[in-house]
Design a protein around this ligand. Structure first.
Ligand code: CMC
Length: 392
């Protein structure tokens, strides 16, 4: 009989080799093309990091300008896509809309679906990075019943997204540079994270030769779950459910109870077992935004701070090496900015798109590329004869 390695959850199986992102979970280290994430988050910005992930090196000033103008050129959606949005139920979750709309891009942009053509691959990549903020913002506008706001290309990537989300025809929206910087940092910190569940999904989907829009839609679908990208929404909802500092011990006890499926959302990570380096930068950003918006008396924030303190001292969390992850702080920032929790995962999806595409491009260009086809350990019935229905 065939003998396979059995590795549920792929905790010790490398599915590919890659030159994009390096993680050392014990040291809490995350590098993109060799550059530490904290340096990129401090000194760089999202589109520059996007270039780095896609092409392998930091761009020169000219290369960056050219890349930014190529992205800017593609921010509009085909006007017919408005009809596609309108087909959704009016209160649809923005992630449901995103899964559908991103998949539908294969129908609207079939001049960039031939993956054997490097030029088409490049156009599909730029289209996805450029249009994702427009798609996410429109999913939000549709969800709250406001008119779609078209992109404004003299704004930077993050400011453009904020404006498409928060501007209404009745008054001009002025983007606050501190909020725009915080938004850009959230995008940068979520840009790539090697072979996580959604990225592996994109790779597996594209290993069959499926077009890039279909593959990225598969990534969006996988990201939605609460153990992955959905954790930021689940975390803020949990903080609200806890409601006040005096109820924290009750939830800590529930998280430790093996008979209770409840987990502390925003805590723990498959790879980081000491701290999540993204969470460190995100925490700084949260302080900046909260200072600006003056929400010190916000009960959700008070619960978050106290929960973090108690969990970090609790022997259960210490022993299992459970620390706040990136989603613990990003939700607090997005909430303070005025985003409803339903937008947290779409924002993660738009930022991670560049990581998915970089990994997709790397895989397509790899001469060793094979269709992904895991095996299984069969534990079902052995062969048996069919029994007619009247004899069962
Ligand atoms: N609260 C309470 N207990 C936990 C938690 C938690 N958040 N996370 C893990 N544990 C316990 C778990 O019960 C297990 O205990 P035992 O050894 O007694 O069975 C032990 O810690 C190891 O957990 P695991 O589920 O085997 O670890 P994993 O690597 O499979 O899971 C995780 C990683 C992120 C799915 C998990 O920690 C979790 O569910 N966290 C909450 C959801 C979350 O915040 N996800 C976002 C991750 S970061 C962004 C992203 O990837 O999208």
């Amino acid at each position: 009989a065939d003998v396979f390695t059995y590795d549920p959850g792929f905790t010790s199986t490398a599915s590919c080799d890659s030159t994009i992102t390096f993680i050392d979970g014990d040291k809490g280290e995350l590098l993109h093309r060799g550059y530490p994430i904290d340096q990129l988050a401090e000194k760089s910005h999202f589109l520059e990091v996007a270039y780095l992930l896609l092409y392998g090196e930091l761009p020169s000033a000219d290369q960056l300008e050219d890349f930014e103008s190529r992205v800017t050129m593609h921010t509009m959606l085909h006007e017919q896509m408005v009809n596609f949005f309108r087909g959704f139920r009016r209160d649809a979750h923005p992630m449901a809309v995103m899964v559908g709309v991103v998949g539908a891009m294969s129908a609207f942009y079939h001049d960039s679906t031939d993956i054997s053509d490097p030029w088409q691959r490049e156009v599909a990549s730029i289209r996805l990075i450029a249009k994702m903020p427009t798609i996410a913002a429109w999913a939000y506008k549709y969800h709250i019943g406001q008119p779609f706001v078209y992109p404004k290309n003299d704004l930077d990537y993050a400011s453009n997204f904020l404006r498409m989300c928060f501007s209404v025809p009745a008054e001009e929206y002025v983007v606050n540079p501190i909020l725009s910087r915080a938004m850009d940092r959230i995008f940068t910190l979520h840009a790539d994270h090697e072979q996580n569940a959604s990225t592996s999904t994109v790779r597996l989907a594209s290993s069959s030769g499926a077009n890039p829009f279909a593959c990225i839609a598969a990534g969006v679908a996988c990201l939605w779950g609460p153990a992955h990208g959905g954790a930021n929404q689940a975390c803020l909802e949990m903080l609200r459910e806890i409601g006040s500092v005096d109820r924290i011990p009750e939830f800590i006890e529930r998280a430790k109870d093996k008979n209770d499926p409840f987990r502390l959302m925003g805590f723990g990570h498959r790879v980081y077992k000491n701290f999540d380096p993204r969470a460190k930068v995100m925490k700084q950003s949260a302080d900046e935004v909260l200072d600006l918006l003056g929400v010190e008396n916000n009960p959700t924030l008070q619960v978050a701070k106290e929960l973090e303190r108690i969990a970090l001292e609790d022997p259960y969390f210490k022993e299992k090496k459970l620390y706040p992850n990136v989603d613990f702080y990003s939700g607090i920032i997005l909430d303070a900015m005025g985003f409803p929790t339903s937008m947290f995962t779409p924002i993660f999806a738009l930022a991670r798109t560049v990581g998915w595409i970089s990994q997709w491009k790397e895989m397509i260009a790899d001469p060793q590329m094979k269709i992904g086809r895991p095996r299984q350990l069969y534990v079902g019935e052995t062969a048996r004869d069919y029994v007619d229905v009247e004899d069962r």
